[in-house]
Design a protein around this ligand. Sequence first.
Ligand code: ISE
Length: 341
Amino acid sequence: MSTELKIGVVGTGAIGRTHMERINERLKGAKVTACSDANEDFGRSAAEKYGCKFYADGEAMIASDHVDAVVVTTLDPYHEQYVMAAVKAGKYVFCEKPLAPEPEACRRIVDAEIAGGKKLVQVGFMRRYDPGYRQLKEVIHNRTYGEPLMLHCAHRNASVDESYTTPMAVENSMIHEIDVLRWLLDEEYDTAEVVFAKNTKRAHKNLMDPQIMILTTKSGVRIDVEAFVNTGHCYDIKCEVCCEDAILNLPEPASIQVCADAHRGHAIDSDWSTRFVEAYNIEFQEWINGVKAGRVDGPTAWDGYVGQVTAAAASKARDTQTVVKIEMDEMPEFYRQDIGR
Ligand code: ISE
């Protein structure tokens, strides 16, 4: 492997382009050398912009000597195909969340990775890299304030368009909480429930908004997550952890205090890409460093599988308005050393 990691990106939409720019302009040790997109003109324009070779065939790009490692940022239903191609080629692959929309597809990736005998897949759950969540994790892990008992969380977006439907609150937005909270607490979920609040005037024809997801963990911790994706004014992520001896809150990103027009306050983000930009940078730099050292030390294919099993249970709970038990396969030995990372 050359000193500079050669990265091939499949899927050159908004998030793909952001990662291409991040890798080339802000991070160390890697360059985007190739890209591919089902929309040829669009993909070629990305290749031109970021100075890399365009491949019409994503699988050919993955197999070529032109790339050492792969980033998958296609539409969700195509993730499996390209992650599998990378595993087959024995190349490290970073796949944006979700690993695949259905748990069965995630399980197929897990099985292929185990069959290949080497951990190659990392899933883009970037919240684990946010400095605020990392501070929370340390205090919870050390039991500095006793056992965590309850968590109250919120996932608020400024607005979503008409293509965002009711199931997406769980599957597209709260999937982040599903992952980061099980990592934070270092334990698995037991049940899921989803209830609706009064619908906002900004909800669309196919969207019930807000919704509240309630999860319990195996040890009995109770979690509620509000998803309110049409607040009309902010991107706001809250995570309050009630422990036996203290209440912990996720820190807000730092911003200057402004005193003007008889108000004192500070601006907050209106979009997830700016709120979590630091997390994305840390996530990708650590992934590059890990790949160069020959290891994956972020969220694994197994984490991707667990996330989708939990999301599927929460979706069933929403559709049936019942509490659903979360049942999944036993964790293979292959992933056991990753527990608690
Ligand atoms: C989006 O897909 C994301 O991943 C964002 O992090 C999340 O906040 C947003 O709600 C999703 O639509």
